[in-house]
Write a protein that binds this ligand. Structure first.
Ligand SMILES: *[C@@H]1O[C@H](CO)[C@@H](O)[C@H](O)[C@H]1NC(C)=O
Ligand SMILES: *[C@@H]1O[C@H](CO)[C@@H](O)[C@H](O)[C@H]1NC(C)=O
Ligand SMILES: *[C@@H]1O[C@H](CO)[C@@H](O)[C@H](O)[C@H]1NC(C)=O
Ligand SMILES: *[C@@H]1O[C@H](CO)[C@@H](O)[C@H](O)[C@H]1NC(C)=O
Ligand SMILES: *[C@@H]1O[C@H](CO)[C@@H](O)[C@H](O)[C@H]1NC(C)=O
Ligand SMILES: [Fe+2]
Length: 495
């Protein structure tokens, strides 16, 4: 019988003809969620909508191939890759991590994809989907990007992810570091990516390096760092990873204060999403005026075309403005603030988002500690996605004049809505209330368009729904109870 079954909100199991399963597949199958042992599926966009990298892990050697297409039953394109990595850290060798870029994709288009060469052992095939982002510069009313940091993998993190998943509007998740909280336990990276899969197989997860990504391997005597981060993620790199000076070993798995020469690769990069240019920086890579990171940042900022991407978002792990007692005045924050705050101002960056402190804080528009409602920049700490270390609830007093809102006892996530070229909204939702209740919201106007930052009130009645809903793409199919013929997909699999 050929039927379609819904396994989860983004996976369709199409049954086709059962086929012989070889021994290797059989073994893989025993360890797998889905037939071929495919697990930990996650997406990352390239520099723009036209590339999407699909990453996954198999415990055993398995084909690195994707069949995909714009019609559920016509997966007529194939992509392969030689980017299959294994790495060894803490006496443990990882599974095979496959990274396959799908290139020359069309904007705002839903693609269905099938990982691996074969159907599952029972003859079914797990088909997933994603929707590419709009063309760079395309004006989409109320275009949205979700934000989280320090997410971890607790029951509270699960609530954060559920809220992200229930909201079909955000085009992607911007994750400001401290992702898995593996903390030198390699298995926890595997559980983390499985944990993120329901969201990350459907919408890109763009991340940066937090201190919990450092993970010095103290089992080999050779100082290495960021091994999981380097091997498991594929961000849109400027150049391949460079380690430009030896790592300095520390006994601590996730040192908060640490500078390295981890350059390019997943360390720092930028990309475009419709009308937004997003810059991801590394708080754990040197950023003084003679460093590659600084020089790249200057070049990147100077090259932004504000007619095409009127909005510029910068993300780091360690916050430049923080009035929590946790990580107060840490070396990373001081160094980055000293090096780049004038640059961010000069290039009229609209918002700067960090994590690290397990709390929520928003500043008034500010420059060099002075509130400036005309030209200042709004800084956010959103390290409250709910990892196992809990809350950072103690704040310094008196409240600095630039601190607008702070809360160290709630978990949640943030969302940016870009209404048009002139206005955006920053919003923070706490987990307690479900998706619909805003706990902090502020309108930010675009200084690059000649407006003062603070130029308008939130109009609560105005619709905030995005005209671009990647999480809604398959709704009709997913909710259909009608059996669906699944011939072409099966053919594509056998081809
Ligand atoms: C790693 O392996 C070495 C040698 O087999 C052993 O001495 C060490 O205790 C192991 N370390 C860990 C963290 O398992
Ligand atoms: C998470 O929730 C599950 C199911 O409710 C429960 O069994 C488990 O103990 C919880 N874990 C933690 C760490 O609270
Ligand atoms: C290595 O680091 C881990 C995690 O931080 C720690 O538990 C362990 O004691 C360290 N082992 C050695 C040999 O330093
Ligand atoms: C500046 O960066 C270089 C690495 O490029 C590093 O060696 C040096 O110590 C840094 N200086 C400061 C003041 O951090
Ligand atoms: C954080 O929010 C909770 C719930 O609204 C409130 O009880 C608490 O006082 C807030 N904390 C701060 C520092 O405002
Ligand atoms: Fe951190």
């Amino acid at each position: 019988m050929k039927t379609i079954a819904v396994l989860s909100c983004a996976i369709l199991a199409l049954s086709g003809q059962p086929r012989a399963v070889n021994a290797q597949e059989y073994v893989a199958g025993m360890f797998s969620d889905f037939g071929m042992g495919i697990q930990q599926v996650h997406l990352a966009q390239g520099k723009d909508y036209s590339t999407m990298v699909v990453s996954w892990l198999t415990a055993y050697e398995a084909p690195t191939i994707i069949r995909y297409g714009t019609k559920l039953r016509k997966l007529d394109m194939t992509a392969t890759s030689t980017d299959v990595v294994q790495y060894t850290a803490f006496n443990t060798t990882s599974g095979y991590i496959h990274h396959v870029p799908l290139r020359d994709l069309k904007p705002s288009t839903t693609y269905y994809y099938l990982i691996g060469e074969t159907t599952n052992q029972d003859g079914s095939a797990s088909i997933r989907y994603f929707t590419t982002l709009p063309k760079v510069g395309k004006r989409i009313k109320n275009f949205q990007l979700a934000v989280a940091a320090d997410i971890g993998q607790t029951n509270d993190s699960l609530l954060t992810i559920d809220h992200l998943l229930q909201d079909p509007d955000p085009a992607m998740l911007l994750l400001a570091g401290d992702t898995s909280y593996a903390d030198c336990d390699p298995q926890r990276w595997d559980t983390f990516f499985n944990f993120m899969q329901p969201f990350a197989e459907q919408r890109p997860m763009m991340t940066l390096a937090g201190n919990h990504e450092i993970e010095f391997d103290n089992t080999t005597g050779v100082a290495t760092g960021f091994q999981a981060y380097i091997n498991r993620y594929r961000m849109p790199e400027v150049r391949p990873t460079e380690i430009n000076c030896p790592f300095e070993f520390t006994d601590f798995c996730a040192p908060s204060v640490y500078f390295s020469c981890y350059d390019y690769g997943n360390a720092y990069y930028s990309f475009d999403a419709a009308t937004v240019h997003v810059i991801m920086l590394s708080s754990y890579t040197y950023i003084n005026e003679s460093t590659p990171q600084y020089n790249w940042l200057v070049k990147d900022l100077a090259s932004v075309n504000r007619r095409k991407t009127p909005w510029v978002v910068v993300m780091t792990h360690s916050p430049m403005y923080n009035s929590n007692q946790a990580h107060q005045n840490e070396a990373q924050s001081i160094a980055m603030k000293a090096a780049i705050e004038p640059l961010l101002m000069q290039y009229k960056v609209n918002i700067v988002i960090a994590g690290h402190v397990h709390a929520y804080e928003r500043t008034y528009p500010v420059y060099q500690n002075v509130v400036d409602y005309k030209d200042g920049i709004t800084y956010i700490v959103a390290g409250d996605a709910a990892n196992r270390e809990g809350h950072a609830s103690e704040y310094i007093s008196p409240i600095p004049s630039w601190s607008a809102v702070r809360n160290g006892t709630q978990y949640g996530h943030g969302k940016m809505t870009f209404h048009n070229d002139r206005r955006m909204t920053w919003a923070w939702y706490r987990n307690l209330d479900g998706e619909k209740i805003l706990r902090d919201e502020i309108k930010i106007c675009n200084t690059a368009k000649g407006l003062p930052v603070s130029c308008g009130k939130i109009n609560a009645k105005r619709t905030k729904l995005s005209k671009f809903n990647p999480g809604r793409a398959l709704a009709p199919d997913l909710h259909s109870t009608e059996p669906v013929e699944a011939t072409t997909a099966t053919k594509a699999v056998k081809a």
